[in-house]
Write a protein of this length. Structure first.
Length: 762
């Protein structure tokens, strides 16, 4: 072997892969070729460990126009000649090293994926994971990431409308920073990331090229890291004001017939942008690195080809139209340089002046070997899953108040206003439902419809049961959209895992994807784009397996959206689904419950729902058990809820997730600034299971008394359990049994609100 193991490690290739390259080329690769192979065959660009598994995910549907891998982002037809373009990506390792710039350039990268297709970005969301904030370094990472996201997105004038934040020790050295961008385009104006037509020109637009980001794809995103100092130079530096000019220029360019396609320069820089677009076009290319504008002296061809400097675009210009394209870009004060052309060969040729520094078949560069590794269930998992709730004490009636307050103040449940108040979520004047609800809702101007967006994923669930965790990630995202009044249409995902070359991690990856696929098929929601982020571990410690689901849905009538907040005094609150048997006493028929079917006298859970719950970890310090879900009931609950919201009589809807039923009721009270009275709860079994367990699916809704019959009728048709919980009103949160001397929960609304609003302290 002509190169050392140290060099191969630097470009993320193993000895077997190097030998395969030599065999296919019939010679040793040049330095530039080796760097290009390392980047394009890396996990980040080539998906060599994950692509065989990703094929399990359904990607076709009646609304799908572009599926995963076909272009930079997925595309959904939403009618009226319009399409939604959507993608989610990660910037985990860069954010661990330089949190502000890592997160900021993550925003820039995902935005470029959208406008390169001719779509105007109209919404950002982010899904973040950090270690516990009691540690100063985690607070540093948290503040840097949130600041970077806010600064870059706010400068672009794109609203950040939602997301999620979760804290656990396993993310301390490896935070997750997943960003989603969604854009709107005219269906007949989409631009392809394809370079075709011999003689057409390759134009580099935007920032000059520097040494930042070299080995970002191969060295940073495709292996674990031990020393952040060694990788600090691989983190890029962003310029959002230049990106704003690129957005406007590229969108204007998309309206012309002067170009063949566009491609952003992200991971692996010129190497990835040129090779992937040429591969889509089926031809070859020739470029001269001396024509690439640089901001640093004495850069080598290797550095130019692998630089990940930000705010750069590759435009494939029709021959003869280069002056028009250059004139348009000049108007936006953007530099543009012709660096090469499309050829009719199958070769990728890179020159430095007249000297050829790389010459290799395009298909070889973009065809990494794929690995099917051994998936082995870890021995420790069965012990965690066999957890018996009876081994921990139940919450006592006198402890229910304090336990609820502790949960409301938990950083995983408490208000995330501390985060989203740093983001401009009203710019563009499209946002109808702001951050803090189950899902964001945006109007589509010029139509009566809207879209709803959410990101969801619970790594703790996936740690305890990867398959069910994958199912739940899809189910909860869909449930949150339906709570807003939207029909789920499509998914983009970001799959965050440890080192897949370890049997237990590959098991987690495989099972999570199988679970996601099962839920997608059952609920008929296709995956249209996504990203895999592996090797998320430091010094041998992996993160929780964390699949994050970004989902978009359609709101047929923007005036019929729904939020989580209770609205009016006297409204009645019901539970949809759940394993609960929560019913009125025999022979007792209150005025409020007229219209409901006869019921018996108990309030209990058929399953404890404590496995993997926030309550179990917060109160008992345990991450054990298994999450639970009835997927068929999930589908029926969502059908029922969507139909009821579209009929216009549901005033509030809120998913019961982290913290369980009591937390969901409290959140609807707090955000609506109105209390709740449930005075006839006769609980059989564990109190903690009823109040704080997390069985799925469970949704609370509020309706006016005159709408009970409508709700009951739809619930019967969809065969969904419907349980009356109580009444909206007053300024207290009260849950009691009228036959018991003291209420289970009795709190002034203001006290619950203070716990919830002040829980996230940095």
């Amino acid at each position: 072997m002509a190169v050392s193991k140290e060099i191969l490690d630097k470009v993320a290739l193993n000895e077997r892969e190097y030998e395969l390259i030599v065999q296919q080329l019939g010679r040793e690769p040049t330095e530039v070729e080796l760097g290009m192979f390392g980047s394009l065959w890396s996990e980040h660009c080539g998906y060599k460990h994950s692509k065989p598994l990703l094929k399990l995910l359904p990607s076709k549907g009646k609304h799908v126009l572009v599926s995963p891998g076909e272009e930079n982002a997925g595309v959904i037809d939403i009618g009226d000649g319009q399409v939604v373009v959507m993608k989610m990506e990660s910037h985990n390792h860069p954010s661990a090293i330089e949190p502000y710039q890592g997160a900021a350039t993550g925003v820039g990268g995902i935005v470029r994926d959208i406008f390169t297709m001719g779509a105007r970005p109209i919404a950002l969301l982010n899904s973040l994971r950090f270690g516990t904030l009691t540690e100063s370094h985690n607070r540093y990472l948290f503040n840097g990431v949130v600041g970077g996201i806010g600064a870059y997105g706010n400068c672009l004038g794109i609203p950040d409308v939602g997301g999620e934040v979760f804290f656990a020790d396993c993310y301390s050295a490896n935070p997750l920073v997943n960003g989603l961008c969604l854009g709107i385009a005219e269906k007949d104006k989409l631009v392809s990331a394809k370079a075709s037509g011999a003689g057409n020109l390759l134009m580099l637009v935007g920032a000059d090229t520097g040494r930042d980001g070299i080995h970002g794809a191969s060295g940073l995103a495709s292996r674990t890291f031990e020393d952040e100092q060694e990788l600090r130079p691989t983190v890029q530096v962003g310029n959002p004001f230049l990106e704003k000019l690129l957005i406007e220029a590229c969108l204007e360019l998309a309206q012309t017939d002067w170009i063949v396609g566009m491609q952003d320069l992200g991971a692996a820089g010129l190497t990835s942008a040129v090779m992937e677009s040429i591969a889509r076009g089926g031809g070859g290319m020739e470029i001269d690195v001396n024509k690439v504008p640089r901001r640093e002296e004495n850069m080598t061809p290797y550095e130019v080809m692998l630089s990940e400097s930000q705010e750069r675009m590759l435009v494939i210009v029709k021959k003869g139209y280069e002056d028009k394209v250059e004139g348009l870009l000049d108007k936006w004060e953007l530099r543009s340089d012709i660096i090469g052309q499309v050829t009719d060969s199958d070769l990728a040729i890179v020159k430095e002046g007249e000297k050829i520094v790389a010459q290799t078949p395009v298909n070889l560069l973009v065809s990494p070997p794929f690995y099917r590794l051994r998936a082995k269930k870890p021995s420790w998992l069965s012990e965690l899953q066999s957890f018996d709730a009876s081994t921990v004490p139940d919450v006592k009636p006198r402890q229910c108040n304090s336990t609820l307050l502790r949960l409301l103040a938990s950083p995983n449940i408490a208000s995330k206003e501390r985060v989203y108040r740093q983001y401009d979520h009203q710019v563009m004047n499209n946002t109808v439902v702001f951050p803090g609800s189950d899902a964001a809702v945006l109007r589509i101007k010029g139509t009566k419809k809207g879209i709803s967006l959410t990101t969801d994923g619970n790594g703790r669930y996936c740690y305890l049961d990867p398959f069910l965790g994958g199912v739940l990630a899809v189910a909860e995202a869909a449930r949150n959209l339906v709570c807003s009044g939207a029909e789920p249409l499509a998914i983009t995902d970001c799959l965050n895992f440890g080192n897949p070359e370890k049997n237990d991690v590959y098991y987690q990856l495989k099972e999570c994807i199988k679970g996601m696929a099962r839920a997608c098929r059952e609920m008929q929601i296709p995956v249209i784009s996504g990203n895999v982020s592996l090797y998320n571990e430091t010094k041998g410690e992996a993160i929780y397996p964390t699949p994050v689901i970004g989902m978009v849905g359609i709101v047929n009538d923007i005036h019929r959206y729904c939020t989580m907040s209770f609205k009016d005094e006297g409204d009645l609150v019901f539970l949809l689904g759940g394993p609960f048997s929560l019913k009125r006493r025999s022979g007792v028929r209150s005025q409020e419950s007229k219209g409901l079917e006869a019921s018996d006298s108990r309030l209990e859970t058929n399953e404890d729902g404590l496995g993997g719950s926030e309550y179990l970890e917060l109160v008992h310090g345990l991450v054990k058990g298994r999450p639970t879900i009835d997927l068929d009931l999930e589908r029926r609950v969502q059908k029922l809820l969507l139909e009821a919201i579209r009929q216009g009589f549901v005033k509030a809807a809120h998913d019961c997730s982290e913290g369980g039923l009591a937390v969901a009721i409290a959140e609807s009270c707090i955000t609506g600034n109105v209390g709740f009275r449930g005075e006839d709860w006769r609980i059989v079994g564990r109190l903690d299971s009823v109040f704080f367990g997390e069985p799925h699916p469970s949704v609370i809704v509020s309706v006016s008394p005159k709408s009970i019959a409508k709700l009951n009728r739809i619930a019967r048709r969809w065969r969904v359990p419907l349980t009356w919980l109580g009444k909206v009103g007053g300024k207290r949160l009260l849950i009691a049994d009228s036959h018991q001397p003291k209420a289970y929960i009795d709190l002034p609304l203001g006290r619950a609100e203070r716990a919830w609003r002040n829980g996230l302290k940095v």
